[in-house]
Every structure is written in C-alpha cells, then in structure tokens.
Design a protein around this ligand. Structure first.
Ligand code: ARG
Length: 576
C-alpha cells in the first residue's frame, strides 16, 4: 500500500481524537536529512485547540506521542519537531526494504482502473491534405499518441483515429490551380509534393485577387467534386496520395500509428454522404434553423454560445457539419459502443485556438442527447514560438516540419556517430519537450533546452535509463561475488528513491485521468534526478553488503523509466 495513504490514515485518527478534521498534506522536505516526509498540520490546526496547548510546538509534541501509540506496523523510525511546529517523519528502513522487495516481485502495472471495460476514441494529428504538416499537427501527434497510451494503460480499449482534412471548398481552388498552372508529373516526382501544392494554392489566391472569376471557377470544381465528376475526383485523390507520402514518413519517423480505417484514419471526406441527411435531421428536430442571411445554423438555448453554422447559403457544408457527422457515426457504430450500449469517450487533440469551436460542438452534441458531459474531451495544445512568428499557409512563409526533424537529428549527431541512435535521441528530445509541460502552454522553441543533457530533456531521460542498464549489464558480466549478509543502513537518498518508485502508478493515473502527460514527465524527471544523485554518491558494483539491494534499486528504476517513457511514446536506448 502507498505509504502516504497509510500515514494520512494515522494522522486522521490522531486529529479525530482532538475532534479535528482538516485536510492533511504531506510534503517532501527539500533536504532528505530532515526526514522523508513533513507536515505543517500542527500549525494549521492550532487555532482550534489553542485553549488546550500553549503553542503549536507543544501541540505537535502531543500529536507525535499519539502517532507513536498508533504506529503498530512501525512505519516510522523517528518523528521530530522542527521550527515553529513542523512535524518531520523519518520512515523505517527495514519496513521500506521489506515492502520494496515484495513490490519488486509483482512487476505489473496495477493502475486505478479508470477505463476498465470501457472504450475510448482518441483522435490526433489530423493534418490537412495539400497543406503543410504543421508544428501544430506535430504537437497533436505527440500529445495525442501519449494520451492514447495512458488511457490504454488504465484499462480503456483505445481506437486511434486521424481526422484528416481531406474535404472542403478549398479543393475547388486547388484543382483549378493544378489545372491552370501545375504540372502533375513534376508534382508527383518532387521530393516534397506538398510544397508544390502549397505554392499553387498561394498562386491561386494571388491570381484571384486580380481576377475574381477564378473563385467562381473554384466553386464549380468543388461542386463537380461533390457530384462525383471523374476528373475532379482523380485530381483530389492524387492530392491525398501526394500528401500521404509526406505524412507516412513523419509517422514512421515518430513511431506513431493509427488503428482506424486500416491505419489511415477516417478523414472528413469519409462522412460526405452523411452530411445532407444530418442537416435534414437537425432541421427537423428544430435544433438547426435558417438564419437571416440564409445559412443554416445551430442556435443554443438562451444564446449561451454564438450560433454554429452547418451549411452556407449555397448549401455547401462546413468543418462543423463534418465533425457532427463523424461523432454521430461513432456513436452509432457498434465497434465503438461500450458493452452496455453507451457512448465511448471521444478525445480530440487539437490546438487551443479551436477551443471555442469545440465548446460549440460539444454543447450541440449534448443538446442532441448524443454524448453526456465528460464523454467529449478537447485536449488543447499551445503554439511553438519561433523567432519567425506564427506561420501562415496563404502567404507561403511556412516552417516545414521535415526541416525541424532533420535539424533535430543533425543536432543529435553531437551525441553519437550512430545514425539510428541520433534519430532516436532526436525524436525523444522533441517528444519530451512537448510533453514535459502542460499541453496548452505555448513553447518557446529552444534547441539548447531541447537537447540539454544536464537538464529536463529527452536526452537526459534516455541517458539516465542507459546508465542504469549499463550498471545492470556490468553486474551480470562481473563475477558473481558471494552475497554477504549483514545489517546496513539505508541512506536518505535510497529511501527517497524507494518512495519515488512507489509513486509511479499514482503519476500514471493522474496523467491519464486528466489527459495530461506532463504529470508523468514531472514524475519521471524527479525519479531520474534522484537516481543520478544516488548513482553519483554511492558505489553500486563495488559495495559489499549493499550491492544486492542497490542493484535491485537500479533494476526497479530502469524498468520504471522504461514503462514511463514508453507511455510517452519514447523509445529507450540500451546504450547511448
Ligand atoms: N484538420 C484540422 C486542422 O488542421 C484539425 C482537425 C481536428 N479534429 C476535428 N475533429 N475537428 O486544423
């Protein structure tokens, strides 16, 4: 059982004796010499018992006596008072050692069973066809993949979907541009076909400013596309294939996969023929109405939110129409239903700039009775801030993701001569940089921070793991020394390592239930730091009495780091 919970139980009992109920919080003292855990409860509760005790310190003394009476399992080795009334707890080494070696035997992850028997769809990446795969899509890919892993680890059956932007009126413009100024062969053979398509799209906008009839032409071509015109369909399909050439390389590089639609994900176009019936249904139910300008909109009760447009005046559908159709289809598809027929959890990992839109979408789906509160979750990510500023497709000053990936790898070559290792290090560096802070925060993109071996970085984490593995390898190779028996003291650092190892499940559970991988990163970084201090301070292979115990610690650290990093989508390296 988690030590903290046990200690809190004892403290609650003691406080109850005094007729007190307060929220108990335990802190880790910055200096482990002061104890393993510390509490300020005597100071907080003193106001309520000041008639009985002269000072918080005196109150603390009495509390400590009571704790000692109740501590039958001898969890505590020493309990002391510090300062104005802090209570510092030193945990009993034998007890810790006993529970630690028991724990090690059951290696499985026993998490809170948040999602046991339930289903979840996690949708991430979702780039647009014929547009660059942006940094935003990179963030979505990394964070979404990790959220999916975390939900899987807590019992959910997870479906990984990619909501590709492969439909919409922009394809009319793209087709016109290809037909007028493009060379299909040249695009197909280009190293980066999307770059060519984006250039054509930019040209369309430049030309249309001079000649507005181009916009009519584009509308016509989109209509043809909708009506199944052969030429329109063929060009559109080519755009998809050209784009996928790039997407597939990126996913392969990042080691990210999708499970739906044969690993491609269900793009917006998949829902095309469900759009008109959906609009009719919403109109019939009175949820959507024709607005003043002739468009069809969803109006919210009491105007809680501004209306959501689902069809333009000319009848064409929008992003929102396709999302509604997607979520209805998911709801009705037995593949995604829970055993009791209820709706799955559906998570969209999409940039924070779409937060308002997702509020509108979720509220509409709630009003429709499709999903309940909490069954739809928007995991938001913030922006990367480069010196160049935010990027824009229209103007063409784009930061190409491939360039970022290449540069990351190039920089990682500073650590190693091995291409494969450099690749793994660079991916770990980028992923960790994205996952280590709250996902909705903006990131000042800084190569030095991302690759810093001394700091909170992917390479630092990989290095801690590789170091642990190297000790274990050496231990296996070195001649087995006879195990010496005898008493030894567990040091404060070793104790905090044990306590920290105990907290893995809690960290995973929190990260999963709050859709926030950064809680796991914080935990793992903490663990790696304690491990590194331990490694620098104590001999492991050359210790006699402690050798076996310390190797057990190293083993536990390495397997915990590996489990954690894998949940973040980061592949560990045995050597670096
Ligand atoms: N393709 C969209 C974009 O690049 C993201 C799609 C997000 N998912 C969704 N269901 N709307 O902005």
């Amino acid at each position: 059982m988690d030590k903290e919970i046990l200690i809190k139980e004892i403290l609650e009992k003691v406080l109850n004796n005094f007729g007190l109920t307060i929220q108990i919080r335990l802190e880790k003292p910055a200096n482990p010499d002061f104890g393993d855990l510390s509490s300020n409860l005597a100071m907080i509760a003193y106001g309520q018992v000041s008639d009985k005790f002269k000072s918080p310190r005196e109150f603390a003394t009495v509390i400590i006596e009571k704790i000692k009476e109740l501590d039958q399992e001898k969890i505590f080795e020493e309990i002391t008072i510090a300062g104005p009334g802090f209570i510092n707890f030193k945990l009993n080494s034998d007890q810790l050692l006993k529970t630690f070696s028991q724990k090690d035997k059951s290696k499985e992850i026993e998490l809170i069973n948040l999602g046991l028997g339930k289903k979840a769809i996690v949708e991430y990446s979702s780039p647009n066809i014929a547009k660059p795969f942006t940094i935003g899509h990179l963030r979505s890919t990394i964070i979404g993949d990790s959220v999916a892993n975390l939900l899987e680890a807590s019992g959910y059956q997870v479906f990984r979907d990619n909501h590709l932007g492969d439909w919409g009126t922009q394809f009319g413009k793209q087709i016109v541009a290809i037909k007028r100024w493009g060379n299909e062969e040249e695009i197909a053979n280009a190293e980066n076909p999307v770059e060519k398509l984006v250039a054509l799209y930019v040209k369309f906008h430049e030309e249309a400013e001079k000649d507005p009839s181009l916009d009519d032409e584009a509308r016509l071509w989109f209509k043809k596309l909708e009506d199944g015109d052969e030429e329109a369909r063929a060009l559109w399909q080519k755009c998809i294939d050209w784009s996928f050439k790039e997407f597939a390389t990126i996913y392969e590089y990042l080691g990210v996969k999708f499970t739906e639609n044969n690993g491609r994900g269900y793009g917006e176009s998949f829902f095309e023929n469900m759009l008109q019936p959906l609009i009719a249904e919403l109109k019939e139910k009175g949820i959507a109405q024709i607005g003043k300008e002739g468009a069809i909109l969803i109006f919210y009760p009491n105007d809680q939110l501004s209306p959501l447009m689902i069809a333009k005046k000319d009848g064409s559908t929008l992003y929102a129409t396709r999302d509604l159709a997607t979520d209805k289809w998911r709801l009705e598809n037995p593949r995604y239903q829970n055993a009791d027929g209820s709706a799955p959890l559906v998570v969209n990992e999409v940039g924070g700039e779409q937060a308002f839109y997702f509020q509108q979408l979720y509220l509409a789906e709630q009003i429709l009775g499709w999903y309940k509160k909490g069954q739809r979750v928007h995991v938001k990510h913030g922006l990367y801030r480069f010196k160049e500023g935010k990027m824009s497709t229209r103007k063409g000053n784009v930061i190409w993701l491939q360039e970022v990936l290449n540069k990351a790898k190039e920089k990682a070559m500073a650590f190693t001569k091995d291409e494969e290792i450099a690749k793994a290090v660079s991916v770990a560096a980028l992923k960790w940089n994205d996952l280590k802070r709250k996902s909705d925060a903006d990131i000042n993109f800084d190569w030095d921070e991302i690759l810093n071996l001394q700091g909170n970085s992917g390479p630092y984490m990989l290095y801690a793991y590789a170091r642990a593995k190297s000790i274990l390898r050496k231990a296996a190779e070195s001649e087995a020394k006879p195990v010496e028996n005898g008493d030894f003291e567990i040091s404060a650092l070793e104790k905090s390592l044990i306590t920290s190892l105990d907290e893995f499940n809690k960290a995973v559970a929190r990260a999963a239930s709050e859709f926030s991988p950064h809680y796991l990163c914080n935990y793992l970084f903490d663990l790696a730091q304690i491990f590194n201090s331990f490694y620098n301070k104590y001999p492991i292979l050359n210790s006699s009495l402690e050798r076996q115990f310390r190797l057990q610690l190293v083993e536990a650290v390495s397997s915990t780091l590996a489990k954690g990093l894998n949940l973040l989508g980061i592949k560990t390296l045995e050597k670096m």
